[in-house]
Design a protein around this ligand. Structure first.
Ligand code: NOJ
Ligand code: MG
Length: 524
């Protein structure tokens, strides 16, 4: 495994900083809190933590509206505390990945304040300004991800500006070389501080159609679908010119040894894999969200694995994601028993796994009463199920009133699932299963670096083989609740998701129980 890079061998763990650990009693997680909990990550066995944004922000979108790309928001702490966190992480062999939010800034960023000050501002062209349509309305029909038009009228200067998200998140103009240079300086600022990589927010949105053409109507849209899906985003995203921009960013990252660039991309696989870039000069890992977006069903997931593997460019390293701060939690999507099977799937597939904080303890989405809703995605479009507060609920550490997360009032309601402290003492808990899976993977070159084949479904059972240098592993996952008898070559049990399976050989016709997944060492 020595020839692999750290992010190919390793497991990535996403921390949502507001919700991991509060250290000062304000009910909001912070950097000092994260530093205190690094040993949890070490005991879990992960290799890197990715922090959602920590930069100064008015928090209209909880940090995804950045007002200063080279600082730390006082809610989270100070730059000195950030440096200390990186040092503490590195001392434990953990890498630190930052969120980088280049598509838009906060409307409070000095660049935008300048840009907005008038048409002749030297910063005017740093953002996307357009004249009104002939009828005085927005320049085109583009829709914001958070509801309504993607254009905001600025009466003072008589133009509209583009915001793919909130109006407090104006889109930067990445066709402007000055913007690109300024953002490269931002990357270098953090790389110089020892950051090991970036997760780049909505990287597929950076470049827009040069002519700002109307998006076509989506004929497949039905009532109940998100309002924004009424249009197909043909012109506001995934433009061919974006790849050159990404390659420029990648070049900066490559100025430093051993750094990682992940791209956040929601696109169908054939378009997703283009983000590896020509000659693999794009993102090292274009996030693969298919385990989040696809129904939890054996045949469908088998097809997804096969198609993804077949679509990868030569030398492109795969990756899989089970959850993030924008999506319902895995245990809520598939149920607590299946969440264990999902963990086994994530950690036995070929490619870098990314897991979301709290999933290792089986946290559920936590319902948020209307008067405590914080997420603008819910506030702007209430009742459509688009809110993301439930999956951002604070980490549950222990059984004290603040769950060990805070001594104050938590910014979002706490869940009721067992905390780390309770699972710690239960060797059969999902927490221990995660530890075993991560440890097994970490020691097993076949699971990390082996090829994958024989990906198929038999009824509710998803199975595949991993193999390397004459060694093989079989992974058999029962995605259903009923026992299932499937055929496989006999092998020795390495791990079951169920605690009481007797170790030893499993013959080819043995039975998987409901919600059981097993990893077998093949006879080969
Ligand atoms: C994707 C982020 O993951 C999400 O949380 C955010 O709201 C949007 N990008 C806008 O930055
Ligand atoms: Mg705090």
């Amino acid at each position: 495994m020595d020839e692999l890079l750290w992010w190919q061998r390793g497991v990535i763990y996403q921390v949502y900083p507001r919700s991991f650990q509060d250290s000062d009693g304000d009910g909001i997680g912070d950097l000092a809190g994260i530093a205190r909990r690094l040993d949890h990550l070490v005991s879990l066995g992960v290799d890197a933590l990715w922090l959602s944004p920590i930069q100064p922000s008015p928090m209209a979108d909880f940090g995804y509206d950045v007002a200063d790309y080279c600082g730390v928001d006082p809610i989270f702490g100070t730059l000195a505390q950030f440096d200390a966190l990186v040092a503490e992480a590195h001392r434990r062999g953990l890498r630190v990945i930052l969120d980088f939010v280049p598509n838009h800034s906060s409307d409070q960023h000095p660049w935008f304040r300048e840009s907005r000050s008038g048409r002749s501002s030297a910063w005017r062209d740093w953002y996307v300004w357009r004249d009104p349509a002939p009828d005085g309305g927005p320049p085109n029909n583009w829709l914001s991800h958070f509801g309504g038009s993607a254009w905001e009228w600025d009466a003072a200067s008589g133009q509209y500006y583009l915001h793919s998200f909130l109006k407090q998140q104006p889109d930067l103009n990445w066709r402007n070389p000055a913007v690109r240079e300024a953002m490269k300086a931002v990357l270098r600022f953090w790389l110089e501080r020892g950051v090991d990589g970036f997760r780049v927010d909505v990287i597929w949105l950076l470049i827009k159609d040069a002519q700002f053409r109307d998006n076509p109507v989506n004929e497949a849209w039905r009532h109940g679908h998100p309002p924004r899906d009424r249009l197909l985003d043909l012109y506001g995203a995934d433009q061919p010119e974006v790849h050159a921009v990404i390659a420029e960013l990648r070049q900066v990252i490559d100025e430093y040894p051993d750094r990682l660039m992940i791209g956040e991309i929601y696109l169908p696989v054939p378009r997703l894999v283009a983000y590896y870039g020509e000659g693999l000069r794009g993102a090292h890992l274009p996030f693969n969200f298919q385990l989040i977006t696809a129904p939890w069903q054996a045949e469908g997931i088998a097809r997804i694995i096969r198609e993804y593997e077949a679509a990868l460019p030569r030398g492109g390293w795969p990756n899989w994601v089970l959850g993030n701060h924008d999506q319902p939690r895995i245990a809520s999507r598939v149920g607590g028993a299946q969440a264990r099977v999902a963990a086994m799937l994530l950690l036995t597939l070929r490619g870098t796994p990314t897991l979301y904080y709290g999933d290792e303890i089986g946290m559920l989405d936590v319902p948020v009463p209307p008067d405590r809703v914080r997420d603008p995605a819910e506030r702007n479009q209430p009742g459509l199920g688009l809110g993301r507060d439930p999956q951002r609920s604070p980490m549950l550490w222990d059984e004290t009133p603040g769950a060990g997360f805070t001594s104050g009032e938590p910014w979002l309601p706490l869940g009721a699932t067992p905390p780390v402290s309770a699972l710690e003492g239960d060797a059969d808990s999902i927490l221990h299963l995660y530890r075993r899976l991560i440890a097994l993977r970490g020691q097993d070159a076949v699971l990390v670096n082996g090829a994958i084949d024989a990906v198929a479904a038999e009824g509710d059972v998803l199975r595949f083989r991993r193999f390397l240098d004459g060694e093989e592993r079989w992974v058999l996952l029962n995605l259903g609740a009923a026992p299932a008898r499937v055929a496989w070559p006999p092998g020795e049990l390495l791990l079951s998701t169920l605690p009481d399976r007797v170790p030893g050989r499993m013959d080819g016709g043995a039975e998987l129980r409901g919600h059981e997944g097993v990893i077998l060492r093949g006879a080969a």
